[in-house]
Design a protein around this ligand. Structure first.
Ligand SMILES: *Cc1c(COP(=O)(O)O)cnc(C)c1O
Length: 280
């Protein structure tokens, strides 16, 4: 029998308890709790809390999805070129300024991870989309939640909150969860008031749902500004939430950054043809 070495044993214990340590700001985070997805007595309920589309996806998209089944042994196209070309055609955009993601969540997350870190500030609305505060925490940056005005983003409040440490400003327009939107003149006023080094993220997940004439999603601002990115998704209006297909439009320098940090095969193989099929 070996002599029991109390000091050695407690050292061992310390070592065990120490274990690998995540950043302290991540240890402070609460895991994401998704909205309720099951209801007793109702088969396949639609999750309105996540704005799942009650009408379902286009049969053509579903057909494209089904046809991709025989191809799933392959990796998807790494740069989503066919998908980007189709998006560019439909919206009259430059395919080289588009990047695709596993949902727009993927792109929103990568933006925060690329442009903010400890000591930096990220601004969003108090009742804004949840991904912004969660990912801001994940990188150890400080989130600044500006109170909403008439349920939409408050441009004056946001401009007042900007400091030398501000790196990103997020506007979900229309807003989730309030549903309110900012007219284009307000987005212009916001952009004009922001320093050039602050990245303005126009999250237009619901652009296809807006019919108001004073609304714009943001393409034209992207084309003339170096500090604006517009994010879009096939999850909501096109009802492909389960396939996780999103995209963004921005100046080439921002697209270049996103292409460096994104996973090489970030849009799944069945998702790539399903998006363009919605258009046919
Ligand atoms: C649903 C939603 C998204 C993200 O959707 P994806 O499925 O990741 O494309 C982004 N922004 C807002 C405001 C949303 O409501």
């Amino acid at each position: 029998m070996r002599n029991f070495d109390a000091r050695g044993a407690s050292k061992q214990m310390e070592k065990k308890m120490a274990g690998p340590k995540a950043h302290e700001w991540i240890a402070d985070m609460a895991p994401y709790v998704p909205g309720k997805a099951k209801v007793d007595g109702i088969a396949n309920p639609v999750k309105l809390s996540s704005n799942e589309c009650v009408y379902g996806a286009s049969p053509k998209a579903l057909d494209a999805f089904a046809r991709s089944a025989g191809q799933v042994l392959r990796y998807p196209e790494a740069d989503s070129a066919a998908l980007r070309t189709a998006i560019a055609e439909v919206y009259g955009l430059d395919a080289d300024r588009i990047v695709c993601g596993a949902g727009s969540d993927d792109i929103l997350t990568l933006l925060i991870h690329s442009y903010a870190g400890p000591g930096d500030e990220v601004i969003y609305s108090q009742y804004g989309f949840m991904v912004y505060p969660v990912q801001t925490k994940a990188v150890g940056a400080t989130g600044i939640a500006v109170p909403n005005k008439n349920w939409a983003a408050d441009v004056d409040g946001i401009l007042e909150a900007v400091t030398a440490d501000t790196k990103l400003v997020f506007i979900d327009n229309p807003n989730n969860p309030t549903g309110a939107y900012l007219p284009w003149s307000e987005i212009e006023r916001l952009h004009a008031g922001l320093p050039e080094n602050v990245l303005l993220v126009l999250d237009a997940a619901y652009a296809e749902c807006v019919t108001a004439e004073d609304y714009k999603a943001g393409e034209e601002m992207v084309e003339r500004a170096s500090n604006v990115i517009m994010t879009r998704t096939f999850s909501k209006m096109y009802a492909l939430a389960g396939l996780r297909v999103g995209w963004a439009y921005a100046a080439p320098a921002i697209i270049d950054i996103l292409n460096r940090v994104r996973m090489p095969f970030n849009v799944c193989l069945p998702g790539q043809p399903a998006g363009p099929a919605c258009r046919d």
